[in-house]
Design a protein around this ligand. Structure first.
Ligand code: NAD
Length: 507
């Protein structure tokens, strides 16, 4: 495993850092094993409460200097981080694949997304603009400007162990904030590798120690940030269960939160669809990352006229899937993250069957020397009714539900009848259908696509979803405004003091 050496994480690691400084000792209480082959990859020490306080104090001090750096200078530092990520793309992509279990192509793709967001943030560092507004009072000028918030706490999920952090951190930095990252306890080594890639650049640029901080541990370490009034914004990515806990804790202190939570995404396949595109989109959406993307396609809502054809084509496509070691580029699908995820998959299959679901492609655990981690499962397909409770839940595994519809209204109702609202799509060559799907009476999701599947968003658009997906928006468009506070400024350059709304206050 050369990439562990290249990334400097082959020995025991500290799990707490304020940049180039690592807070020891490098004990091994937090271990990381690969779901690919069950091997223990490495160990690290979780952050203690005292170390957490040290990190926050360092971050507070760093913010006072960092916020005064001109934004384009901060952008130049992010540009250099993008260059370093380019140099480490191969090794970091391999680590992502090995520690998380996604295919090597997807591991490299995730690092590419980090590089892309760096490029986006560099441009953004020269575009942090506000509006000017005409004043109702003579001799007055009014405008709005954006200032950094302070410390941004980033809590991330296991399934995108590096990209989601970079979406937040790169934007937060060019906006003048400092960051504390609490990665998933299931993929801590990816975070340590990122910290090691970045810290030499911070040093070379004499950036204040404490702008890029890392803490490690389980939910409790995340809770320290949600309850801490010194953390101005908590950006949390993970399950809806976690999001509700984070939202409650942060709102309890009237702090800000940015939530990116679970999805239950559907593709509507119309009778006017290009079926080749539809099948390919559905296949990649359902089995990519072994069904462990927030944007994974979990439901196919298929017009009755093409239902049987789609069913047969899907069954055929599933037979050709190669499942195995994610580092082998010949495989389409790797393992689930751990045995607990395998159990959730089995429980969902059982529940689906109990509710009346019929399996067209059976699920199960794969056994044998290639699958010795015990985390490899078969992607499966079930015919269901939209009233089943299991269909309304997000099971983070490759289980695809098929539903039949007659009218587009009915299809849209089925699509929207789940608590989550992340990604959605329609496969159709019919303009009227596409526009209805995109209208305000169409999809209720944060992402709605036409002739593209539900997964694989570009960083240029704002990413996020509605309802139980949390309402947050990250990455492109104007998502940067989440990391800043808005200030309205009115300047009087006249010789009088006229009051607003025509109020007089004569003495
Ligand atoms: P998870 O909710 O188990 O954990 C996510 C992170 O939250 C971890 O770092 C964990 O330690 C932390 N955490 C858990 N409880 C917490 C609490 N009470 N307070 C503070 N922190 C807490 O999620 P997971 O299993 O790692 O990831 C899978 C989930 O993430 C899925 O539901 C998926 O849809 C979602 N996800 C959403 C997006 C999105 O952008 N919408 C992206 C990726 C993943």
């Amino acid at each position: 495993m050369d990439f562990l050496k290249t990334l400097g994480i082959e020995n025991a690691n500290c799990g707490t850092s304020t940049g180039s400084t690592w807070l020891g000792p490098a004990a091994g209480d937090l271990q990381s094993s690969s779901p690919a082959d069950g091997t223990l990859i490495g160990a690290l020490s979780s952050t203690t409460p005292a170390q957490y306080d040290q990190v926050v104090e360092k971050a507070q001090a760093a913010f006072l200097e960092w916020r005064s750096w001109p934004a384009p200078r901060r952008g130049d530092l992010v540009r250099q981080i993008g260059e370093a990520l380019r140099q480490h793309k191969n090794a970091l992509g391999r680590l992502v694949s090995y520690e998380m279990g996604k295919s090597l192509q997807e591991g490299w793709g995730e690092v590419q997304e980090m590089i892309d967001i760096c490029d986006f943030a560099v441009g953004l560092s020269r575009q942090l603009y506000g509006l000017t507004i005409h004043s109702e009072r003579p001799g007055h000028r009014m405008y709005e400007q954006y200032h950094p918030l302070g410390i941004v706490g980033i809590i991330s999920a296991f399934n995108f162990p590096v990209a989601v952090w970079s979406w937040n951190a790169m934007l937060a930095w060019v906006c003048g904030n400092v960051c504390i990252w609490k990665p998933s306890e299931k993929t801590p080594l990816c975070a340590i590798a990122c910290q090691k890639i970045i810290s030499p650049i911070l040093e070379q640029n004499n950036a204040p120690e404490g702008i890029c901080n890392l803490i490690s541990g389980n939910a409790a370490a995340g809770e320290w940030m949600t309850k801490d009034h010194r953390i101005a914004l908590v950006s949390a990515t993970g399950s809806t269960r976690m999001g509700k806990a984070v939202a409650t804790a942060v709102a309890g202190r009237l702090g800000r939160s940015l939530l990116e939570l679970g999805g239950n995404n559907a593709i509507i396949i119309s009778q006017d669809a290009d079926l080749d595109i539809a099948i390919m989109g559905a296949l990649f959406g359902a089995v990519g990352t072994a069904g462990q993307r927030c944007t994974t396609t979990r439901r196919l809502i298929i017009h009755e006229a093409v239902y049987e054809t789609v069913k047969e084509k899907l069954k055929q496509a599933y037979r050709q899937l190669r499942i195995g070691n994610p580092l082998d580029p010949a495989n389409h699908m790797g393992p689930l993250i751990d045995k607990a995820a395998v159990q959730s998959y089995l429980d969902a299959i059982e529940k689906c069957r109990t509710e009346g679901g019929t399996f067209l492609v059976e699920g199960g655990i794969l056994e044998g020397s290639d699958y010795k981690s015990g985390c490899y499962v078969t992607p499966c397909i079930a015919e269901v009714k939209s009233s089943y409770t299991i269909v309304k839940e997000e099971t983070f595994a490759p289980i695809l539900y098929l539903l039949k519809y007659r009218t587009l209204d009915e299809a849209i109702n089925i699509q929207n009848a789940v608590p989550q609202g992340l990604s959605s799509s329609i496969m159709t060559l019919n303009l009227r259908e596409a526009e209805q799907f995109l209208s305000c009476a169409g999809s209720d999701c944060g992402i709605a696509n036409v002739n593209i599947g539900t997964s694989g968003a570009e960083i240029g658009g704002a990413f996020g979803g509605e309802k139980e997906t949390g309402g947050g928006r990250e990455s492109g468009s104007d998502a940067w405004k989440n990391y800043m506070r808005r200030q309205t400024n009115t300047i009087n350059y006249s010789t009088a003091l006229p009051l607003a709304q025509g109020i007089r206050f004569d003495l």
